[in-house]
Ligand binder design. Structure first.
Ligand SMILES: *[C@@H]1O[C@H](CO)[C@@H](O)[C@H](O)[C@H]1NC(C)=O
Ligand SMILES: *[C@@H]1O[C@H](CO)[C@@H](O)[C@H](O)[C@H]1NC(C)=O
Ligand SMILES: *[C@@H]1O[C@H](CO)[C@@H](O)[C@H](O)[C@H]1NC(C)=O
Ligand SMILES: CC(=O)N[C@H]1CO[C@H](CO)[C@@H](O)[C@@H]1O
Length: 682
């Protein structure tokens, strides 16, 4: 069996190998896709100007033009080589054209002449995509900068006072002192490293393993996104294009399916938590707005802080040839669209560079509202099951309809051109991947699973469970197979017809769902001690607590590391995988040798190491930043909200809960929804 799989894979690789690939000497004839003039060496005197822009190769009849055209026809695995991205020092490289004319005209003439001279190709500037930096240019600080700075300072002061109060006074009498204690770093740190699953509710304890799952998936998402740093300003784009033909990389590319796991887990947690809560409190339609509001309140503050930072102070952090195209575009879009984000509807608005990863948070919010509505409005298990089934069927039909009528790809294709712009222009991403309703099917499955697990809780080992165990172990080869199935979409020149696309999409989705389902179910039932052991490891707890912050921050980290490049990067396996260790050894030895001749080399090494670290350390940097984010903002605000909600009821909740009015008490709702939110926020 194994050998067969290997043979099939080898055959597929071979098939990849022969179709539409050109040899290195042909490749070298293509005009450079990226070019960056020295930035600091350009802006030396008043009047100096540096521009980063896109240029388009014009139609011609030369042999080379045909080659460029043909090679760029396959946009699934190739860059569009008719579109080049250059950063030129206008006042040096294009001096002779930049006398009387505008920058645009000068660049237009300049790139045409440059390309004509080197490649006998004609080109023109793409006029709406040009980012220029002048000598001594500074982004002025405006009111919003000052307002945000004031808010940040207030937060910081609160943290300082809170910590001081905690260290020196140690009282928690009175509202003010309890308020300050919410901000105590010492307490929040303890909360961060506190073991999980210590709550009074045994049924929630069995959710402990999901912490590990959440931490791991966050890791995977960030790791999966970090190759995005390898698509901009690459000196050797061919390496990036070749990577698509490597089986290992295919696993990464098709990892986009992982997200469906999140939705399933999220739905599962919502259903399970509501069911556990409803043992004590009646869940009615009146709890719905309350639940939505508390969820919004819990997710929004830290989100708002990060968006405020991105819209204001981020643009002042650095400068460079790529800073404006990569970072400032996000800043501008965030200034325009921040309110869409805070209302969680940004995944229905396209073409915004503002936090492109936030679609998941919005989608999850929308689906949670649907989930809460199902559980709050339908009272009996029967009506809930019917509602979930309806949601499931709707969720099943809509993606297929979108794929069919809008002529989309069945899976999200991670093509180089789309990766450059973080997918915001990708039709499949916009219409199928990021919307709330197109992810409904996974969520509905999650809800159903939550109900099922709640019913099964505490039951004896049955024959049914044994069958599940078999399925569980079958899941891994099947899952890998699914990922490999995604490879067909990357075969050059292969255009799967629409129907088979839909079939494949539906099949992948369904199979993936089943795998998730049965994985979670088995984990919950303590079937696989090894996996539970791994996932319940305490180390995951802290990571999973900061995972919401990490998810919010990570694309910004990627952007900043990208925008910090000042010269073209050369991608290699070494660069991606072994780079950091090997390079640091090399640097150390170079420094030890400390000989003038190698000094230049050392400098080169340092730059290279810094860039490599950029690539590999997205994960580290993200988590390093998200810990303070959690400590200083997320956790204090969560406690503050709880404090305010509790304030209406100072007395301890009664033990005899059945006598309570038919409504969740504030305390209860904040606790239960907090659990839901904390656990489902990623
Ligand atoms: C590369 O391909 C071109 C056209 O297919 C061919 O003419 C050339 O000889 C090849 N070069 C090498 C080194 O194989
Ligand atoms: C700029 O315009 C002046 C007169 O209008 C002309 O003499 C000069 O050659 C022009 N310079 C360039 C670079 O076109
Ligand atoms: C580009 O340059 C060539 C050679 O100088 C010239 O013949 C051609 O008209 C130019 N094309 C454009 C669009 O300016
Ligand atoms: C002021 C107030 O709302 N008090 C309520 C606090 O909660 C207990 C039960 O949990 C109620 O009995 C009180 O009336």
């Amino acid at each position: 069996m194994k050998t067969e799989i290997i043979l099939v894979l080898a055959a597929v690789q071979l098939a990849y190998g022969v179709i539409n690939r050109i040899n290195a000497s042909e490749y070298a004839r293509l005009p450079p896709l990226y070019r960056l003039d020295d930035f600091d060496g350009c802006l030396l005197a008043p009047g100096d100007k540096y521009c980063y822009f896109d240029g388009k190769i014009l139609d011609g009849d030369s042999d080379l033009h045909t080659l460029v055209k043909e090679y760029s026809a396959n946009l699934r695995t190739h860059f569009d080589h008719t579109l080049f991205h250059w950063g030129l020092c206008v006042t040096q490289t294009c001096r002779q054209y930049y006398g009387n004319s505008t920058v645009e005209d000068a660049l237009d003439a300049c790139i045409n002449a440059t390309l004509y001279e080197s490649h006998q190709l004609q080109a023109k500037l793409v006029r709406n995509n040009i980012f220029c930096t002048d000598f001594g240019e500074e982004d002025p600080y405006d009111t919003s900068d000052y307002v945000v700075a004031a808010v940040f300072l207030t937060l910081l002061m609160l943290n300082i006072f809170g910590t001081g109060h905690d260290l020196f006074f140690r009282t928690n009498k009175g509202f003010l002192s309890r308020l300050l204690l919410c901000f105590s770093l010492r307490r929040n740190w303890k909360k961060l490293v506190m073991p999980s699953g210590e709550g009074p509710e045994p049924k929630l304890k069995s959710l402990k393993c999901l912490n590990g799952l959440k931490a791991m998936t966050t890791f995977l998402v960030i790791l999966g996104h970090s190759p995005l740093t390898g698509f901009i300003a690459v000196g050797n784009p061919q390496y990036q294009e070749e990577i698509y033909h490597k089986v290992f990389f295919q696993v990464l590319l098709n990892g986009t399916l992982i997200v469906q796991t999140f939705f399933t887990i999220s739905g599962f947690l919502l259903a399970y938590n509501i069911l556990v809560t409803s043992e004590k409190r009646r869940v009615s339609w009146r709890t719905l707005p309350q639940g939505i509001f508390v969820r919004w309140l819990r997710l929004t503050p830290v989100y708002a802080v990060i968006i405020a930072f991105i819209s204001t102070w981020l643009r002042h952090l650095s400068s460079g040839p790529l800073w404006k195209p990569v970072v400032n575009t996000e800043v501008l879009d965030c200034r325009r669209d921040w309110w869409l984000h805070l209302l969680y509807i940004d995944n229905y608005v396209d073409l915004s560079q503002c936090m492109p990863q936030s679609w998941y948070i919005s989608g999850d919010m929308q689906l949670s509202i649907i989930g809460m509505a199902i559980f709050c409005l339908c009272q009996g298990p029967r009506s809930r099951k019917i509602a979930i089934t309806i949601a499931f069927v709707i969720g099943l039909i809509t993606p297929a309809a979108h794929t069919f009528f809008q002529n989309l790809h069945a899976v999200l294709i991670v093509s180089p051109e789309m990766a450059i712009h973080f997918f915001v222009e990708d039709l499949t991403f916009n219409n199928l991947y990021k919307r709330g309703h197109t992810n409904l099917v996974c969520y509905a499955m999650g809800l159903a699973l939550g109900m099922l697990m709640y019913d099964l809780y505490g039951q004896e080992d049955t024959k049914d469970k044994k069958n599940h165990r078999l399925l569980f172990w079958a899941a891994f080869p099947v899952g890998l197979g699914l990922v490999m199935l995604g490879m067909i979409f990357y075969i050059d020149d292969y255009e799967p017809c629409n129907q088979s696309c839909i079939a494949a999409a539906a099949l992948e989705e369904q199979a993936n769902l089943l795998l998730n389902e049965n994985g979670i179910q088995n984990l919950m039932m303590e079937q696989s001690a090894v996996f539970r052991g791994i996932l319940e490891w305490q180390g995951w707890t802290a990571i999973s607590r900061v995972s919401y912050c990490a998810y919010l921050i990570h694309i910004c980290v990627i952007r900043c590391s990208l925008a910090d490049y000042t010269s073209l990067q050369h991608i290699s396996f070494y660069y991606i995988v072994v780079g950091p260790c090997a390079r640091s050894v090399r640097i150390t030895t170079t420094i030890l040798l400390a000989n003038p001749a190698v000094k230049q080399q050392c400098l080169h090494c340092c730059v290279a190491a810094w860039r490599t670290l950029n690539y590999c350390s997205v994960v580290c940097v993200t988590f390093m930043l998200s810990a303070p984010c959690w400590l200083l903002v997320e956790s204090p605000v969560a406690q503050l909200i709880k404090l305010c909600l509790d304030r209406g009821n100072r007395t301890k909740p009664d033990i005899n809960i059945k006598a309570a009015p038919p409504k969740w008490k504030d305390q209860e709702i904040s606790n239960s929804v907090e659990t839901v939110v904390v656990k489902t926020s990623l």
